[in-house]
Design a protein around this ligand. Structure first.
Ligand SMILES: Cc1cc2nc3c(=O)[nH]c(=O)nc-3n(C[C@H](O)[C@H](O)[C@H](O)COP(=O)(O)OP(=O)(O)OC[C@H]3O[C@@H](n4cnc5c(N)ncnc54)[C@H](O)[C@@H]3O)c2cc1C
Length: 471
């Protein structure tokens, strides 16, 4: 049976007014426990705020764990000239790593992950992306919160903003115990989707000019894969595998045999810290929006159909996968793009590709503009100039016309193209840290986040080890 579809003639019912339990009063409430939420909660707590983090799942990590999105994309500049001999680069057209431009909570997370055997540190060998284990990520994220003194509420879905003067004075959560409210001086929306900002009345944009967004992908992990056999195949067919993607001929053959029906022309997978495992980033569901329950339902349904085909394809066609099996798929399909909240500044592709600097920098990035085609096959990749990085300004985290609220992660203010770069997890975590610090200073001084002294925010971020590109 197909899933429930959007009703053709929707009918409303009126719900009875209801009361909610006030669970806590915080200086800073962070909604969402993904990379941005982690950065925000830790940043705010280290700046001295009483912080509560609320998350709809029963664990932390956001896409990194719930959607099995791996690896952490590179946060190093590209070297202008790089001798690739003998080096297995993981990024297409990689010029090689220069220097890291993100530190702070990202570096703390990485150190802990590596210490626990849950990540492979950046190196020439990995192309400076970071393969990690999602289960170790969950534990490590909890540890980061514990050490910072952040209190948290799980299984809490934010459904509304509690109106206050100029902006939200708290957030309403749906829970198994009924509606629960957390009150706060300042709220950081790290839901990825800008759920709280939208409820608080912030303006937002969705997608490119025609409204289409990047496709969704259900990620999965394949275990018992024979790396040597696959590497042998890739070496013997250099036209068929480029660092992390390829197998065009095998995909075509399977498609012609009616065994594979994908909205992409190749296979994309990444290594993990486990030598006999890969993370597959190949299902693709287009024309679906991650803030629409009907689309989400259809996308999960369609992506599982693709997963089933892919699992059989790997075993039948791809050397090294004869005995491999799907050991885990995402708890949820991975959503790349939904709301972009309109802020005091909107970051553009020109800012990114021109490596622009801003007076109110709170984080930096180097990841390319990377747009998986919203309408079908193909991916657009445009790089930041070699040796350079771009700034993310605090103004992109401040929703225009709404007070007491910051946004962080993939829902900050930017164009569709710019979003495709700053959406990656290390940058999301860094904008989170910037938002958390600004929120903590606003709560402490009683000022609006829009009026907090930017020098004080930057000073606190530097004290916390963030990289603002000072050198
Ligand atoms: C298929 C796919 C592949 C990708 N590949 C990579 C990659 O290889 N490397 C990389 O670095 N990035 C990659 N990305 C991008 C990256 O995963 C995300 O953009 C990034 O996770 C954004 O971080 P975030 O914290 O803003 O949002 P999220 O990671 O989405 O976290 C948001 C959190 O908020 C919670 N939440 C949402 N709504 C509510 C609510 N209403 N109430 C309470 N909690 C809520 C969610 O459960 C989640 O924990 C990929 C994304 C996708 C979808």
């Amino acid at each position: 049976m197909p899933p429930l579809d959007r009703p053709e003639r929707p009918r409303d019912v009126t719900l009875a007014p209801r009361r909610a339990v006030v669970a806590a009063e915080a200086d800073v409430l962070v909604v969402g426990g993904g990379p941005a939420g982690l950065g925000a909660a830790v940043g705010a707590a280290r700046a001295g705020a009483r912080v509560v983090l609320a998350e709809r799942h029963g664990f932390l990590g956001g896409n990194a764990t719930a959607a099995l999105v791996m690896p952490l994309m590179s946060w190093h500049t590209q070297r202008p000239v790089f001798e690739k001999q003998g080096v297995r680069s993981l990024m297409p057209d990689d010029h090689g790593p220069g220097h890291p431009v993100i530190a702070g909570v990202v570096r703390d997370l990485l150190e802990k992950l590596v210490e626990r055997g849950g990540a492979i540190p950046p190196s020439l060998e990995t192309g400076f992306v970071v393969p990690f284990d999602p289960e170790v990520f969950k534990l490590t994220a909890l540890e980061l919160l514990d050490e910072a003194g952040v209190r948290f509420l799980f299984h809490a879905l934010a459904s509304d903003a509690l109106p206050g003067r100029g902006g939200p004075r708290g957030v309403v959560f749906e829970t198994k115990s009924g509606p629960v409210v957390v009150e706060a001086r300042v709220v950081v929306d790290a839901t990825g989707d800008g759920d709280v900002a939208a409820r608080a009345g912030a303006a937002f944009e969705v997608g490119r000019d025609d409204g289409l967004v990047q496709p969704m992908t259900l990620m999965f992990r394949i275990a018992d894969f024979e790396r040597a056999a696959f590497d042998g195949y890739a070496r013997a067919h250099p036209d068929q595998w480029r660092s992390v993607h390829g197998l065009w001929d095998l995909v075509r053959t399977a498609a012609e045999a009616g065994e594979l029906d994908l909205a992409r022309e190749d296979i994309l997978f990444f290594g993990t810290p486990h030598p006999r495992e890969v993370a597959v980033n190949t299902t693709r569901v287009t024309r679906a929006l991650g803030i629409d329950v009907w689309d989400l339902t259809r996308a999960e349904w369609e992506a599982r159909r693709q997963l089933r085909q892919l699992a059989a394809f790997f075993r039948k066609y791809v050397p090294g996968f004869e005995a491999a099996y799907v050991v885990q798929s995402g708890t949820t399909i991975g959503v790349r793009e939904t709301r972009r909240v309109v802020g005091e500044y909107q970051l553009t592709a020109d800012d990114i590709l021109g490596a622009r600097r801003f007076e109110d920098v709170i984080a930096r990035g180097t990841y390319p503009v990377d747009i998986h085609n919203p309408a079908g096959k193909g991916t657009v990749l445009k790089r930041v100039p070699p040796g350079e990085a771009y700034d993310l300004p605090l103004r992109a985290l401040l929703p225009r016309g709404v007070d007491r609220l910051l946004v962080a992660g993939r829902c900050i203010s930017g164009t569709h193209e710019a979003h495709s770069s700053y959406r990656v997890m290390p940058i999301a975590m860094a904008t989170g840290q910037g938002a958390g610090v600004c929120a903590a200073l606003a709560a402490r001084t009683g000022r609006s986040p829009h009026d907090v002294d930017i020098a004080a925010v930057q000073g606190e971020l530097r004290r916390q080890g963030a990289n603002l590109g000072d050198d």
